[in-house]
Design a protein around this ligand. Structure first.
Ligand SMILES: [Mg+2]
Length: 351
């Protein structure tokens, strides 16, 4: 039974301002949750963003309601947990993710296993990319070199504001880091369908492995056109926020791949379901993130390690947070390594 649920918000500085096609930010807010059941406790966190239409205030308000709804209920069935969370309100997926992650941390701790093993996986590490926001060509190249020197062997370049400049920036990064570094590109809905098709032709010649969300989230017909026209696999991100969205995209061949983020899909439980759908439809997935601290990044990593179908990891936001209140992840030779202890294996201010 859930004995208590508490939460506290952490506001943290970003090492540098992050600019993408839809906006920019200097700080990150993450709301951390602790759930206690008997002798065990689990922790999770939520990061608000425009993508899920959540704010720090909306997350705190939702968690205050979740406290009343969940204390005294059973903790051992994630499906039932989500039914209870959904009965509070629709949406609020990051807030729900924080509770979901805390419950999975608790259940896997109680089982004495790292979360990825609890979920049935046996991998130990994932190559992660580092994302470069929209910058001048010169700054983009400098950052690519800095990340390469720091050990990253995959880079994700944000594009979508100026097609001509974007192509030049990606080409310059390819020149800088050489052919072995895996390049991924994310337009965050910035292009028209025609621009996206042209852009993908250019990306194909540069050996880019995937192009993420080239057109508007709602324009599924446009996204499908780009997918059909492009030789580079197209990944849906903002177009897929739920299990139902994933099912539609998979059934109708709207994209080649899916970007699964715990903040979008309300946590680990739905991430596992979406990934199973994708796998059945022959679609590889990526685990992505918002502006998250190590606590929820670890949950994304454990989820990714649970299935071979999660081929890509874009788990990099914590590298840019100067004063992360949570810790425990290791990064070596481009790989994020899961902590070996039970649960998430992450230290938090909750102890
Ligand atoms: Mg994206």
């Amino acid at each position: 039974m859930i004995d208590s649920l508490e939460f506290r918000t952490s506001v943290n500085r970003r090492a540098s301002t992050f600019k993408i096609a839809t906006g920019s930010s200097d700080t990150e807010e993450n709301v951390m949750v602790k759930v206690v059941s008997g002798d065990h406790f689990g922790v999770g966190s939520a990061n608000p963003s425009d993508v899920t239409h959540e704010t720090r205030e909306s997350i705190e308000a939702f968690l205050a309601k979740a406290q009343k709804k969940l204390v005294g209920t059973e903790e051992d069935d994630p499906d039932k947990l989500h039914t209870r969370l959904d009965s509070i309100a629709d949406g609020n997926t990051a807030a729900k993710a924080a509770v979901d992650i805390a419950i999975f941390d608790l259940l896997s701790k109680r089982d004495g296993k790292p979360l990825h093993e609890f979920l049935g996986g046996d991998r130990k590490k994932m190559l992660t990319d580092m994302t470069i926001g929209i910058e001048s060509k010169e700054v983009t190249v400098q950052k690519a070199m800095r990340h390469y020197k720091a050990g990253f062997r995959a880079l994700k370049i944000k594009v979508g504001l100026d097609l001509g400049e974007d192509v030049k920036r990606v080409a310059a990064v390819r020149d800088t880091v050489g052919p072995k570094v895996e390049l991924r590109v994310d337009a965050n809905q910035g292009y028209t369908v025609e621009q996206a098709i042209r852009f993908c032709q250019e990306m194909n010649t540069l050996g880019v492995v995937l192009v993420e969300q080239p057109v508007k989230a709602e324009d599924l017909a446009g996204l499908k056109k780009v997918t059909l026209a492009s030789d580079v696999p197209i990944m849906a991100d903002e177009s897929v926020k739920s299990v139902l969205d994933a099912r539609k995209v998979a059934r109708e061949g709207i994209a080649d791949m899916l970007n699964i983020k715990l903040m979008k899909c309300a946590g680990v439980n739905n991430a596992v379901t979406i990934n199973k759908f994708a796998e059945a439809a022959d679609m590889l997935t990526m685990v992505g993130c918002m502006g998250e601290i190590q606590l929820s990044i670890a949950a994304g990593l454990h989820f990714a390690l649970s299935s071979e179908n999660v081929r890509f990891a874009d788990l990099d936001s914590h590298f840019n947070i100067v004063d992360d209140p949570t810790s425990g992840l290791r990064f070596e030779d481009g790989y994020l390594i899961a902590p070996e202890g039970p649960g998430l294996g992450i230290r938090t201010p909750f102890g």
